[in-house]
Write a protein that binds this ligand. Structure first.
Ligand SMILES: [Zn+2]
Ligand SMILES: [Zn+2]
Length: 366
């Protein structure tokens, strides 16, 4: 299949839009004609090789499109179905078999390896092999090859060009609250970072009927949007000490739930001290490899928990359709985060995401 793809050829980019050939689907693959794809921080992390992978590679892991063709073993979807693509897992390792696919032991290779699980290359530029199967999809391209395990059929009545970000950033934020924390109604929560993930967490906290929802950021326009989406309090950390302010807003006890989405280790180090006794903190943001924080052991000893959360602890086949129903009912307005670009504008989209002027860039294919 002849199409165009955005290829990262060197550490730091840029993305170069090139003519490529996508292979025919193997028995277990699904060929999807792309409608739109979100851009997520992880795409830029890999572009910049903060986590090393093979290059050149076709990134993109928040794909939404229409099934064009399926391999002979595929029964989950058929041509014409609308689908969202998400993170890939093996289904065969001990953790997957135990029902904990979020801790898939083969996740790194399947999502970042740059080849399919059989070691094949499915994207070529002339004779050149390009890194493919990023998150089991490589969806910065006109067509993507994906798998049953990371492909979610979705409601055809909802505009498909909106839905790609549900596959990663949005489900990560909303799911961290709704799946990982699962707070009782009336809970208090503090969310560090008002990017696409943090604001999705704010919307999740509203759905969970949290009654104190504190959002911390250094950009006032993002904090204003947090208030519009249902945050009860915002803290501009550019001029206010967020830890002291969270303690003040929670009557000195701290928040029962803390979510760190900025990926800044220094922010995390402070954020830990906003966790109430018996409370739980979640780490979602990824700082540079090798980053560490200091933790006061005795502070943690008083029944405080701190954990990493991948992809919002989501069973995407269940969770993404739920988020779409909530969106249809006006309870999950994640479309407010989105700004559309074309594939040719991918470097502009990346720059706007990095300078904070766009919360969630989505590339639309013509
Ligand atoms: Zn697995
Ligand atoms: Zn992502």
């Amino acid at each position: 299949m002849q199409t165009q793809a955005a290829v990262v050829r060197a550490k730091g980019g840029p993305f170069s839009v090139e003519d490529v050939v996508i292979s025919e689907p193997a028995d277990d693959q699904i060929l999807v004609k792309m409608v739109a794809v979100g851009m997520c921080h992880t795409d830029l992390t890999i572009r910049d090789q903060n986590m090393e992978t093979m290059l050149p590679m076709v990134l993109g892991h928040e794909g939404a499109g229409i099934v064009e063709k399926v391999g002979s073993h595929v029964t989950k979807v058929k041509p014409g179905d609308h689908v969202v693509m998400t993170f890939h897992t093996c289904g065969q390792c001990g953790n997957c078999l135990a029902g904990n696919h979020l801790s898939c032991e083969n996740a790194f290779g399947l999502n970042f390896g740059g080849v399919t699980h059989t070691g094949d290359c499915t994207i070529h530029a002339g004779d050149e092999r390009l890194g493919c199967s990023f998150f089991g999809q490589s969806s910065f391209a006109g067509y993507a090859l994906t798998y049953e395990r990371n492909t979610v059929p979705v409601d055809k009545s909802v505009p498909l060009e909106l839905l790609g970000p549900l596959g990663c950033g949005v489900q990560t934020g909303a799911g961290s609250v709704l799946n990982a924390f699962d707070p009782p109604a009336g809970s208090d929560i503090v969310i560090f970072g008002a990017g696409a993930v943090g604001l999705s967490a704010v919307m999740g906290a509203v759905i969970a009927n949290c009654t104190t929802i504190i959002c911390v950021d250094i950009k006032q326009n993002r904090l204003d949007l947090a208030l519009e989406l249902g945050a009860t309090h915002v803290i501009n950390a550019a001029d206010t000490n967020p830890v002291e302010e969270v303690m003040r807003l929670t009557g000195g006890k701290g928040a029962s739930y803390m979510l760190e989405t900025t990926g800044n280790a220094q922010v995390l180090e402070g954020a830990i001290y906003t966790i109430a006794m018996g409370g739980e903190g979640g780490i979602v943001g990824a700082p540079a490899m090798g980053s560490t924080v200091n933790i006061d052991v005795n502070f943690m000893l008083f029944n405080r928990r701190l954990r990493g959360i991948i992809e919002g602890d989501s069973n995407s086949d269940v969770f993404i359709p739920r988020l779409i129903e909530l969106y249809k009912q006006g309870k999950f307005p994640f479309d407010k985060l989105i700004k559309f670009y074309t594939l040719d504008q991918i470097n502009e989209a990346a720059a706007d995401s990095e300078n904070g002027s766009t919360l969630k860039p989505v590339l639309k294919f013509s």
